[in-house]
Design a protein around this ligand. Structure first.
Ligand code: SAH
Length: 229
């Protein structure tokens, strides 16, 4: 197979070699083997060019099912986890308003933007947020609103949310997030102290009552209080 070299400074949208559509297809097959069945979720993962969300040095590994560094001690989420969390919030139909905590690279945000009405995403590290903003522009993603703030406070101006997706792990569920979950809404959140077991929880609000279900054991970076410059 002939492979065209990527330009050194700018990776192409379509990708080639290790970032080619074929590499993406293998990732989709793997997600299916791991139990992801929702066709819309699989299509969204197929559509979003993950190689544009990682540092160039890691672009060749973008379609491996693994978390990768994005700088400042943070990581882009593992594709399986992005798919799993997206699938969990889609179980009750298409959420119109979604709150995401931890924009990071913007990868999970982009997948959610393909699946939901509008995504409101909060990030505490300003430079990551600005890089994500550039990516959304390049990819013509317009149904995302971004804010540089401590996500533990939520974003009350647009509440309540049909779904809340948290991509960094607090020790306990922040109460402000529970307050901003709509009736019939779903929240997926990894909870647990660093260094000890973390569980991915699904919280539902039905007729005013909150229920909690453990989806699986996970390992996320910590949710840190307060916004950085
Ligand atoms: N979903 C992202 C994953 C990013 S890792 C992706 O696919 O790239 C988790 C992110 O949560 C980091 O960028 C980290 O800075 C951010 N974060 C941690 N604590 C936060 C807080 N209190 N408020 C907002 N963002 C936070």
């Amino acid at each position: 197979m002939s492979q065209r070299a990527e330009p050194a400074t700018e990776l192409s949208l379509r990708g080639s070699g290790l970032t080619s559509p074929r590499s993406r297809e293998r990732l989709i097959e793997r997600l299916q083997l791991m139990g992801i069945a929702n066709k819309r979720v699989l299509e969204a993962v197929r559509q979003v060019p993950r190689h544009l969300f990682v540092d160039e040095a890691f672009a060749g590994r973008a379609y491996e099912d693994t978390a990768l560094p994005i700088g400042l001690g943070q990581t882009i989420s593992q594709p399986y986890m992005v798919a799993r969390m997206s699938e969990a919030i889609l179980q009750a139909g298409t959420p119109q308003r979604v709150l995401e905590i931890g924009t990071g690279s913007g990868y999970q945000t982009s997948v959610l933007a393909h699946l939901c009405g509008r995504v409101y995403s909060l990030e505490r590290i300003g430079s990551l947020l600005e890089q994500a903003r550039e990516r959304f522009k390049r990819l013509d993603i317009h149904n995302v609103s971004l804010r540089h703030a401590d996500g533990a406070q939520g974003w009350s101006a647009h509440a309540p949310y049909d779904a809340i997706v948290v991509t960094a792990a607090p020790d306990n569920i922040p109460p402000r997030l529970l307050e901003q979950l709509a009736e019939g809404g779903r929240m997926v959140i990894p909870v647990g102290a660093q260094g000890s077991a973390q569980h991915l929880l699904m919280i539902r609000r039905e007729q005013g009552v909150l229920t909690e279900q453990v989806l699986e054991d996970v390992a996320f970076v910590p949710l840190i209080r307060g916004a950085l410059a």
